[in-house]
Design a protein around this ligand. Structure first.
Ligand code: UDP
Length: 320
């Protein structure tokens, strides 16, 4: 049990993390500037013992009074639609924000945990991707703002470990989905489920033969905590190695939701990776972690969440 700072704690992953940390008895200081995070993700935590929320942009100087045992740096917009909308903020939170969060951890003698990403592998030419792969990233393309910010964040984190002796962990997060995703997040899973629930066309970009490996959020967060509590230095992939084409994902969503949606094709975004699958040997061997939730079961739970959101939106529209 300890006192943990979570940057980006009102976001999709950050809010799940705040919940799990409190459940196990940690105190949580949640920092978020709410640029993509939402107070509705943590509404049930206000008033809960050991929880504190501070609205703050970690790209500017960060200070948290009192003892801190760990700093978990999850702040960053992370959806491809954000890469075009708020590119400078993404570069700033990955660089300046990581520096500030590292500085806080160093000043407090706290463990530092970086939320990195499978995007450090870019459009990978090694498949599946082990942590030893250096990646294939276009630094000047539209995705470069996220990919390079996270690569810089990893370099900065490792420099703090080497130069300052900081105790660091780095998780490389692969595609994750589940409740608390924004309905307008722009991701394949959220788009497809929201479209299917409204019987609207499912928008598959390109031919849909590109692949991703989708991890349910509960599995993912269990992996984060296993890594946080371990003595594993250096990056560790956490993701579900079961690989699907985007067309297979679309079909699974239609089946699970019982939708009458048809599949339509739209242009493929620039630099969209053709394949992605984590090699999780390190996580399995060193953390004893592996995912448990199968895609269809995860879609079912996520669809239940989005059904509630859509019903709420509909009720609000009727009242207005
Ligand atoms: N995608 C799609 N339709 C959508 C949203 C995304 O076909 O409505 C595709 C996207 O081009 C990519 C894959 O689904 O090939 C996963 O996209 P997502 O944005 O979920 O994650 P990322 O590209 O960051 O892995």
């Amino acid at each position: 049990m300890g006192r943990v700072v979570v940057t980006g704690g009102a976001g999709f992953l950050g809010s799940h993390l705040c919940h799990r940390l409190l459940d196990r008895g940690d105190e949580v200081v949640c920092l978020d500037n709410l640029i993509t995070g939402s107070l509705s993700n943590i509404a049930d935590l206000f008033g809960r013992r050991g929880f504190q929320f501070v609205e703050h942009d970690v790209s500017t100087y960060v200070w948290v009074p009192g003892d801190v045992d760990a700093v978990l740096h999850f702040a960053s917009p992370a959806s491809p639609i954000d890469f075009e909308r708020i590119p400078i903020q993404i570069l700033k939170v990955g660089s300046l924000g990581t520096h500030n969060a590292l500085g806080l951890a160093k000043a407090k003698g706290a463990r530092f945990f970086l939320a990195s990403t499978s995007e450090v592998y870019g459009d990978p030419q090694v498949h599946p991707q082990p942590e030893s792969y250096w990646g294939h990233v276009n630094p000047i393309g539209p995705r470069g703002v996220y990919d390079e910010a996270k690569r810089f964040a990893e370099a900065m984190t490792m420099a703090y470990q080497r130069f300052h002796g900081l105790d660091v962990r780095i998780v490389r997060i692969f595609n994750t989905y589940g409740p608390q995703m924004r309905p307008d997040d722009g991701r394949a899973v959220s788009n497809f489920i929201v479209q299917a629930l409204q019987d609207k066309p499912i928008t598959v970009y390109g031919d849909g033969l590109q692949t991703r490996s989708f991890c349910y959020v509960d599995d993912e967060v269990r992996g984060f905590l296993a890594l946080l509590d371990s003595d594993l230095r250096g990056p560790c992939n956490i993701g579900n190695p079961r690989e699907y084409t985007i067309l297979e994902l679309a079909q699974a969503v239609i089946e699970v939701t019982g939708s009458s949606s048809e599949i339509i094709h739209e242009p493929l975004p620039v630099d969209d990776p053709t394949q992605r699958q984590p090699d999780i040997t390190r996580a399995v061997d060193k953390l004893g972690w592996q995912p448990e939730v199968e895609l269809r079961a995860g879609i079912e739970r996520t669809a239940a969440y989005f059904r509630g959101i859509l019903a709420g939106e509909k009720a609000a529209a009727t009242e207005a």
